[in-house]
Design a protein around this ligand. Structure first.
Ligand code: AMP
Length: 466
């Protein structure tokens, strides 16, 4: 039976951060944790941290929604570490005190790394468990018992079923990227694992996007939760300059190369829909002296880590990836995210572009849209509640136009460039011949944006009172 609850809404505006002035100290975290944060040069909590940590320190369940790259990991890691320290108990054999489930291996590693950093003075035992690598070191790590286990669901379930860990004493339970964890792909495994927890843990769900159907499912996992929503669900980081380039499908490869000639693109993450596509594009770019690595689920874990390492170090300027890299991946200094193909799910767009403009930086998101992807674009613009700025002055203009508001989308006459559209359809068009630096674009139609905003507000109120 789902537990009854109502979602208490906490402060919602990301600018309301009064105690942020005092840094982390007023939040009531312990000295060893404060020292570790200080060494990371975190001066003050981000809004999601400021608004979540006090509730979590009080032991409440929480549903946290904040934009990508705004410090969600520390928002749950710091209070968890605080509690582990406060109620320090050696975990018994095979026992797990904190369970954090995430959708990808890289995200699991990243979260575990954050726990090591923030908890460096606490001497806790932690491990990471995910598929694609040999299980023996993971089994060994679990044998002694763990304060913190970060895992992807499939492998953990396998190891649990083989009796390598006990989950009945889990005190704290986290679903990171909650909407992904609760979609049909992961939900059965997540449910099975959750059912193994016989205690009533303090539970927290975090995500940047929260579709309505997912909110309904959270009843199963949260008990009378506080809702902390720092920005509207699915809103995209304001500092990301979001652009769309209409292009015929067969010209996408050439357009990508042309775009990447801009040396202002220091580190680019290119998203494709298929693994095969990611391989092909990375190969073509490298052939043309743009060093690119491919990153997707068909690669071995060591190949994935190597690709990521080369990208992080700057050896590879471009990482071409499938959506496996769209969530949580935190690589410093990604200046550009390029959607070679638009995702079918609008939420994926939000996560993809969230790989840039992290921790207060700015960034550019460029989306290539071919004729068949225009309906995806419409969906994305509806969900993020804004129009992407259209860049018309690029070397491979399309033979079609954007789907109009009335739904018509006839092919553009050959030779008809986007610039030649009726004035007013897209205000502030770039003039023909203007240089295209991928850094500025024009805003979308204001009236359409207003209508979208109203619709989104209606949707949002359903979501948050849900
Ligand atoms: P996350 O959203 O958890 O992936 O965090 C995004 C980035 O923000 C990471 O590189 C963190 O190290 C960084 N970060 C998290 N909290 C803070 C903070 N309070 N001050 C500065 N940087 C932070």
């Amino acid at each position: 039976m789902p537990k009854e609850h109502h979602l208490k809404e906490s402060m919602t505006n990301h600018l309301q951060t009064p105690s942020a002035k005092g840094g982390f100290r007023p939040l009531g975290l312990s000295e060893p944790i404060l020292r570790a944060i200080q060494e990371e040069n975190y001066e003050k909590p981000t809004p999601i941290q400021e608004q979540s940590i006090p509730h979590l320190l009080e032991g409440k369940d929480l549903m946290g929604c904040a934009q990508t790259g705004t410090g969600k990991t520390a928002a749950f890691a710091l209070p968890i570490l605080n509690r582990l320290e406060k109620y320090a108990e050696e975990p018994r054999k095979k026992e797990v005190r904190t369970l954090i489930l995430t959708p990808t291996r890289e995200l699991a590693l990243q979260i575990a790394e954050s726990f090591s950093v923030y908890g460096r003075y606490l001497g806790l035992r932690q491990a990471v468990v995910f598929g694609g690598v040999g299980p023996v070191p993971q089994i060994k790590a679990m044998r002694r018992g763990l304060d913190v286990l970060v895992a992807t669901p499939g492998r953990l379930l396998d190891l649990y079923n083989q009796g390598h860990c006990r989950l009945d004493q889990v005190e704290m339970f986290v679903l990171d990227e909650a909407d992904r964890m609760l979609d049909m792909g992961f939900l059965p495994d997540v449910r099975k694992l959750h059912n193994c927890i016989r205690s009533t843990p303090q539970s927290m769900l975090f995500s940047a996007t929260l579709p309505k159907e997912i909110v309904q499912l959270t009843d199963e996992f949260l008990n009378d939760p506080v809702m902390v929503s720092v920005n509207p669900p699915s809103s995209t980081v304001e500092k990301i300059d979001q652009q769309v380039l209409f292009v015929d499908r067969e010209n996408k490869g050439a357009l990508l190369e042309s775009v990447l000639k801009d040396k202002g693109i220091v580190r680019a993450l290119v998203f494709t829909r298929t693994k095969h596509g990611a391989n092909r594009i990375a190969k073509n770019l490298s052939k043309n002296r743009i060093y690119a690595e491919a990153f997707h689920g068909n690669k071995s874990q060591s190949a994935r880590l190597l690709a990521l390492k080369n990208f992080r170090s700057g050896k590879a300027r471009v990482l071409v990836a499938t959506d496996v890299a769209s969530r949580g991946l935190d690589v410093d200094g990604i200046t550009h995210v390029i959607n070679y193909e638009l995702p079918k799910e609008a939420e994926s767009y939000v996560h993809r572009i969230g790989r840039t403009a992290r921790a207060g930086a700015s960034g550019v998101a460029i989306s290539f849209c071919d004729a068949g992807e225009r309906s995806y674009l419409r969906k994305i613009e509806r969900v993020i509640n804004r129009n992407l700025g259209e860049v018309v002055d690029h070397p491979f203009p399309s033979t079609f136009t954007r789907i109009k508001k009335n739904g018509s989308h006839g092919p553009k006459k050959v030779g008809e460039h986007s610039q030649e559209r009726k004035p007013g359809a897209f205000p502030q068009q770039k003039k023909k011949g203007a240089s295209s630096n991928w850094k500025s674009s024009r805003p979308g139609n204001a009236k359409a944006a207003l209508i979208r905003k109203r619709r989104a507000n209606n949707r949002r109120s359903t979501v948050q009172t849900g």
